[in-house]
Write a protein that binds this ligand. Structure first.
Ligand code: C2E
Ligand code: MG
Ligand code: MG
Ligand code: MG
Length: 288
């Protein structure tokens, strides 16, 4: 089928390219139906304080595919960004999150639970009507004590600082707070941090996971914590998997933690059970 079959390198390249293109096309076509067919799901991962109380949670999108099973976001977010479907997906995420929050508020929430954060793709964030559409959805929110936070990435700020900061300021006036996700892996200038309505830096899990073995990674964590502290920002350590990692972070006065050690992401029903189970308290495996 390949014209110049003698040139094996090219033939291989063509076939793998075709497979890749087909896989992406299948995802794109499937995503078109995913919202209508009710295949998207809200999963949540707790964020805890140093007393292991759940103070917040991150919303993580999952796609329950009829053949592929539970598809993680890494396999469809970039496709959705390229196809433009990300707008509809994240509008669904915010809508579904607000519905959940309204229901939970009626059913009861521990007073320690203060924040729900949602990931926003740079491609979506930079749409001309992003603010307008988000505000439209946010109107459905019942009044309550839980803060809705948007997680954005450093790359968004580098490439579109002026527009991004305008968008952030407008949304902040309407009650949204902001965190920088995967902090330390991008190239944001320290000055950005002082010029934006930010509340939280989420230290990327690559640093947390290397802290034990790499002095330079531990040093980067120190610098981020000190900087955040001086600028009045809170820090969340992402990807905490072990008691040893928690201890290294606690020695540095880390206040907020997220990671498999405390809990993996859970389907929203299980998350709510966990949240109300012990009035928001989590018992990690070996912390007694
Ligand atoms: P993220 O925003 O950095 O989310 C944290 C990811 O790290 C989640 O993966 C979570 O399951 C994983 N994680 C948490 N604790 C640990 C740990 O202790 N060890 C390890 N190895 N991993 C841990 P997940 O759910 O697969 O999501 C991956 C990425 O997909 C997210 O990274 C986020 O960038 C993106 N994503 C998820 N939902 C959305 C969404 O609604 N919109 C957009 N734009 N992106 C989303
Ligand atoms: Mg995130
Ligand atoms: Mg992250
Ligand atoms: Mg991320």
């Amino acid at each position: 089928r390949v014209k110049d079959a003698g040139r094996n390198g090219y033939q291989f390249y063509d076939e793998s390219m075709q497979k890749e293109a087909k896989a992406r096309w299948e995802i794109e076509a499937g995503l078109h139906r995913a919202v209508a067919l009710n295949q998207l799901q809200i999963w949540l991962q707790p964020q805890v304080n140093s007393q292991h109380k759940i103070t917040g949670a991150e919303v993580l999108l999952r796609w329950q595919h009829p053949q592929k099973g539970l598809v993680p976001p890494m396999e469809f977010i970039s496709v959705a960004e390229e196809s433009g479907q990300i707008n509809a997906l994240e509008e669904w995420v915010l809508t579904a999150t607000i519905e959940l929050l309204n229901t939970w508020q009626k059913q009861g929430l521990p007073s320690s639970f203060k924040r729900l954060s949602i990931n926003i793709s740079p491609a979506h964030f930079m749409q001309a009507d992003f603010v307008e559409r988000m505000l439209q959805i946010l109107k459905k929110r019942h009044p309550g004590a839980v803060q809705i936070e948007f997680e954005i990435t450093e790359s968004l700020l580098i490439h579109n600082f002026i527009n991004a900061s305008k968008t952030m300021n407008t949304l902040q006036e309407h009650g949204i707070s902001f965190a920088i996700d995967d902090f330390g892996t991008g190239y944001s200038s320290l000055r950005y941090l002082t010029q934006l309505p930010l509340d939280i830096l989420k230290i990327d899990r690559s640093f947390i996971q290397q802290m034990e073995h790499s002095e330079s990674d531990a040093a980067i964590v120190d610098v981020i914590m000190t900087t955040a502290n001086k600028l009045g920002l809170a820090v969340i350590a992402e990807g905490v998997e072990t008691h040893a990692q928690e201890q290294l972070l606690a020695e540095r006065d880390c206040q907020l933690y997220q990671g498999f050690y405390f809990s993996k992401p859970q389907f929203h029903e299980q998350f709510y059970q966990l949240l109300i189970g012990q009035d928001g308290h989590i018992e990690p495996p070996s912390s007694s």
